[in-house]
Design a protein around this ligand. Structure first.
Ligand code: NDP
Length: 309
């Protein structure tokens, strides 16, 4: 068993930012990276919307910058996954995949979320070559081009209208004859002139050798197949927050996102703080994740002072 003053779970922008703040506050944080060191940005080619990088940066390079900044202030980083927690408190217990048992008064959750994929041919092979799960991140690379996006929820509605502002034409593939998105978002979709909704339409295959050139689609009512020429294929069918191990300990919404007290990183359990995409289903940006990682570290520091721990 090991005692740690502040434990951070996750290594995306939220986790590393929490580590930078916690380390500089003298909390000697230990950070467990989880299975994908660097989080979702690791699979992103160019990040051009993170302030402070005027020339952009590749996702992996940016996350290496975050990691090195956390190390500079003596964060201990462990390339392992946390598999079990016991938040009975006030000293929380956490177990790693190798069986290490850690006791800590302050846990910062920054486990992120994972985009859902369709699993169709071409989708994985062409990731970062036109296939993306984030229109706000990657749409700009396809400005003035024709693109396809899949989904029928608020994310697909928001991202398709976002793309319509920068792309010449947007094809939105909806698998049913109606959208799940809120009425106001649907109205926005239907009133965007360069946005065509293909109802009852499923994607069959993403086409292209070294980059996306089109998408083979099928109408699930008539069985008719056709190819839509497209420079990009955006998947917007939802995300899954990586919060399974916290079920039963802290409050989650019906989709598994962690519920925090509004305007803070506080969960319902004293000494357990949540940041990043694990608690954010709306904004989901690197910069917002980093912001909430900072909040979690400041909340943790304040909590430890108040509790004299
Ligand atoms: P949702 O789960 O709400 O919607 C997912 C959509 O993807 C559904 O329309 C679903 O179709 C479709 N889908 C799922 N699997 C497939 C598949 N295999 N092939 C084709 N289509 C598929 O996810 P969102 O990310 O849109 O939203 C998540 C939550 O975040 C919601 O609560 C939403 O309201 C919220 N949100 C709010 C925003 C805002 O307020 N500005 C912005 C973005 C999200 P079907 O309907 O047939 O099941």
């Amino acid at each position: 068993m090991e005692n740690v003053k502040c434990l951070i779970i996750g290594s995306g922008p939220a986790g590393y930012t929490a580590a930078i703040y916690a380390a500089r506050a003298g909390l000697s944080p230990v950070l467990y990276t989880g299975p994908q060191q660097g989080g979702q940005l690791i699979t992103t080619n160019d990040v051009e919307n993170y302030p402070g990088y005027p020339d952009g940066r590749s996702g992996p390079e940016m996350m290496d910058d975050f990691r090195r900044q956390a190390l500079r202030f003596e964060t201990e980083i462990r390339n392992e996954m946390i598999t079990k927690v016991d938040f009975t408190g006030p000293i929380h217990k956490v177990w790693s995949e190798s069986g290490a048992e850690i006791h800590t008064p302050a846990v910062i959750i920054a486990t992120g979320a994972s985009a859902k994929w369709l699993g169709i041919p071409g989708e994985e092979r062409l990731q970062n070559k036109g296939v993306s799960a984030c229109a706000v991140c990657d749409g700009f690379f396809f400005r003035k081009k024709e693109v396809v996006i899949v989904g029928g929820g608020d994310t697909a509605a928001e991202e398709s209208t976002y793309l319509a502002k920068i792309c010449s034409k947007v094809h939105l593939l909806v698998r049913r004859d109606e959208m799940r998105a809120s009425k106001i978002m649907q109205q926005r979709v239907l009133h965007t002139p360069n946005l065509e909704v293909h109802w009852n339409t499923e994607s069959v295959e993403v086409l292209g050798e070294d980059e996306v050139t089109g998408v083979r689609v099928r109408n699930n009512q008539t069985g008719e197949e056709k190819i839509i020429d497209s420079a990009a294929f955006f998947v917007a069918i939802g995300h899954k927050p990586n919060t399974d191990i916290f079920k039963g300990w802290i409050d989650l919404d019906e989709s598994g996102y962690i519920l925090t007290r509004p305007g803070t990183s506080l969960t319902k359990v004293p000494g357990v703080f949540a940041s990043g995409d694990a608690q954010d289903k709306v904004y989901r940006q690197a910069v917002t994740a980093a912001g909430t990682g900072c909040m979690a570290a400041l909340d943790a520091e304040r909590y430890l002072v108040e509790m004299e721990l």
